[in-house]
Write a protein that binds this ligand. Sequence first.
Ligand SMILES: C[S@@+](CC[C@H](N)C(=O)[O-])C[C@H]1O[C@@H](n2cnc3c(N)ncnc32)[C@H](O)[C@@H]1O
Length: 283
Amino acid sequence: MANALQAERWNGATGRRWVVQRERHAALREPVVPHLLRAAAVSPGDRVLDVGCGCGELTVRLAAASGVDGAVVGLDISAVLLAVARDLAAAAGEPAVRFVRGDAQVYAFESAAFDVVVSGFGVMFFDDPVAAFANLAGALRPGGRLAFLCWQDDLRNEVFGIPLRAFAAHGVAVGPGEFDMFGEPRRIAALLTGVGFDRVRVMPVHGPARIGADVADVLGYVRATSRVRDLLAGLDEAVAGRVAATMADHYRARARPDGVWVDAASWLVTAVTPSANGDDDPA
Ligand SMILES: C[S@@+](CC[C@H](N)C(=O)[O-])C[C@H]1O[C@@H](n2cnc3c(N)ncnc32)[C@H](O)[C@@H]1O
């Protein structure tokens, strides 16, 4: 089965943790999501697919733009997160939104069913990104739009960069991340053009994001993330303590009366499917 490990994670402990941390994660993405909404340029009547929609906050915002004539589908592999998404959409009173459980890499979309495919950090988890993006291209009508956000590399993006740099500062090799290819614009562009998208653009977007209430809150959160937890578990106590102290120093330097703020740096990726007559609409 494709993406079996991701399905297990997002339907299990990772999914449950995501629900608990929903508001923190929404705050971390808030500075960049408006860029995505502008790029997606959803207008009334548009049929929209939100890939890896999670708890559905973005899906609900897209549904508001699409209006009652549109059809907005939030697709996710996680039943745990979709349950929250359905509740949020009901609370927001959004009749134009529908949530579907499925794996975007292999889901049998009707051909050309959507005008716009959007994702907020939901397209980095595929076993086979080529197959997945080819599948998404087929779900778009000719001349349809793709717009998604993914995180920049850890050197630029403080959301993950601060903890990882703290390990490096103490000589601990962090190794490559699971989703490193999405940190590199050239690889993203090659992936998308390779499956037939046109006018691929990868633009940096960033802004200050509230990662937590205070240093203790942020450290508790960061230490429980799987990558940091696994790295700390491999260290002796003294080194682990020094790494944590370095993280704390960085967060302390970013603490304000209203919380701890980091620079959330993403790539905003846009592309279109070729139009039926072969013409390229003006950008
Ligand atoms: C980082 S979360 C982002 C969630 C949401 N878009 C947001 O911004 O809050 C990634 C999401 O992708 C979903 N996901 C991972 N692999 C997937 C796949 N193959 N097909 C559909 N959804 C997937 C996860 O269940 C999770 O909800």
